[in-house]
Design a protein around this ligand. Structure first.
Ligand code: GLN
Length: 469
């Protein structure tokens, strides 16, 4: 058991010498080893102990960063210089990064310790972490179940106590959904809040980087550190970064919208009961609960899977065996080299997405699918704009069911895509969303609640999350 509940307690222990950072890191390294069967890590950085010396000195001198000694794991789609970057794909099996992602650099600049890179669905495509060239990840609460995806390894690393916190990425739910399945907090920031530089692109107009933690205070702190304009990502936003970690505590009462479209058919009874209990709690503590409608919700999954695959097909064109990554030996000429390298290097789901995306972008189908989906995306955003005229935040379930069994949905891609029914809309609209763990079902599996807010209003999500404790 760790002697601290969150980072502000940890740093006090480190400062007073009651906790040794070296011992703490060793503890995590041995625990990662002990829980190897969960398969949460693609790479563990034993050499991070070297960094520990430097950070220990900084803490002693009193001049240390905001995250001094926080032990963090990062999803293996984020670049860290001179370390492997595989995206859990065979096509990048032996690839090493030449530079460090901005979000990761910001952690390092604040004296965090990066302990390893976590397993995920290949190129972040999936909802169960079963699509990985490094093998599937197991849910720590019930090893026969999936941890969710695509940032399954990052969620498991935190839930199983293998590190203090982690970073994941969320294109259609990949932070919030595994957070819900593993019973922890996971935040997808506003699109543009965090630089995407050094994140391997899946669907560039959706991708966002965000934190996982067992406590909401550390989510606030991590968001504060990784946020901000970056000249290396032109879609990152020049906007003030609130003091999330300080302002998280408030007595403010919020107007909370409940969209009826998120509580319909297909929602597990125990989840809906759990959410209703939380709504009652919020109401009794003085928040205003308002019924709202997001009328185009039913189009979000279709729109997401058209646009995300279109962007993926274009982004993944760079993996051709010529420039980096895997090259097939079986290549008589250039075009064979491309075909064979891609056919052998990519996994099945990635190839499915590339084909779907190429199809919706192809001449003759572009107007019917891609262009139309762009228009629907705009309308979905308008639903939210309308809703945020009368409410501060929107409350929904994060997932329609609790963690499902390994293999249960892997033969039916459509059923798997439906797992994202409540999460893709935040990415389509570019707004922030968080998973807040609210309890367990009768089988002991975690239940998650999602809160969404208007663009750049992560603070409200954090404040409500904090007040729910
Ligand atoms: N499950 C969704 C997909 O497969 C979302 C993935 C993600 O957010 N990276 O596309």
């Amino acid at each position: 058991m760790l002697p601290y509940k969150n980072y502000s307690e940890k740093i006090e222990l480190l400062k007073s010498g009651k906790l040794s950072l070296r011992e703490n890191v060793k503890y995590f390294l041995s625990r990662i080893n002990e829980y190897k069967h969960l398969n949460a890590f693609n790479f563990v950085f034993d050499d991070c102990v070297e960094q520990v010396n430097i950070v220990e000195q900084r803490i002693k001198s009193g001049k240390h960063g905001k995250l001094a000694g926080m032990v963090i794991a990062i999803k293996d789609v984020l670049a860290l210089k001179n370390k492997p970057l595989t995206c859990s794909s065979n096509i990048l099996r032996n690839f090493k990064s030449l530079y460090t992602a901005t979000a990761v650099q910001r952690l390092l600049d604040e004296d965090a310790i990066i302990i390893g890179k976590t397993n995920c669905d290949e190129f972040a495509m999936g909802s169960s972490n079963e699509n990985s060239a490094f093998g599937k990840v197991l849910n720590p609460i019930d090893n026969a179940r999936v941890p969710g995806g695509s940032s399954g390894g990052s969620a498991v690393a935190v839930a199983a106590g293998l590190c203090d916190a982690s970073l994941g990425t969320d294109t259609g739910g990949s932070i919030r959904q595994p957070a819900a399945f593993c019973g922890i907090f996971g935040l997808k920031p506003t699109y543009g809040r965090v630089s995407r530089y050094g994140l391997t692109a899946y669907a560039s107009s959706f991708d966002s980087i965000g934190p996982f933690s067992k406590n909401i205070e550390d989510i606030a702190l991590l968001l504060e550190v990784i946020s901000g304009k970056d000249d290396k990502d032109s879609t990152s936003f020049e906007i003030d970064i609130p003091n999330f970690s300080k302002d998280i505590q408030t007595d403010k009462k919020f107007r909370i919208g409940i969209p009826k479209e998120y509580f319909g058919e297909g929602l597990d009874k125990e989840i809906s009961n759990g959410i209703n209990n939380t709504i009652a709690k919020l109401k009794s503590s003085g928040h205003e609960i308002i019924d709202i409608t997001l009328p185009r919700t039913e189009y979000s999954i279709a729109t997401y899977y058209i646009l995300a695959t279109a962007e993926a097909s274009s982004n993944l064109a760079r993996f051709d065996g010529a420039r980096y990554g895997y090259r097939s030996d079986d290549s008589f000429n250039l075009s064979d080299m491309y075909i064979n390298s891609r056919s052998e290097g990519f996994g099945e789901e990635v190839k499915r997405r590339i084909m779907l995306g190429t199809y919706v972008l192809s001449a003759g189908y572009y107007d019917a699918y891609y262009r139309k989906a762009q228009k629907v995306r705009r309308l979905l955003k308008e639903d939210f704009d309308q809703a945020f005229k009368s409410v501060d935040v929107i409350l929904t379930p994060t997932t329609p069911t609790a963690a499902f069994k390994l293999g249960e949905k892997s033969s039916d891609p459509l059923e798997m895509y439906l797992m994202d029914i409540y999460t893709t809309s935040a990415n389509l609209a570019g707004i922030p969303g968080i998973n807040i763990p609210i309890g367990k079902n009768s089988e002991g599996l975690p239940i998650g609640m999602q809160l969404m807010a208007n663009q750049f209003d992560e603070l409200s999500l954090l404040q409500i999350g904090k007040s729910l404790k």
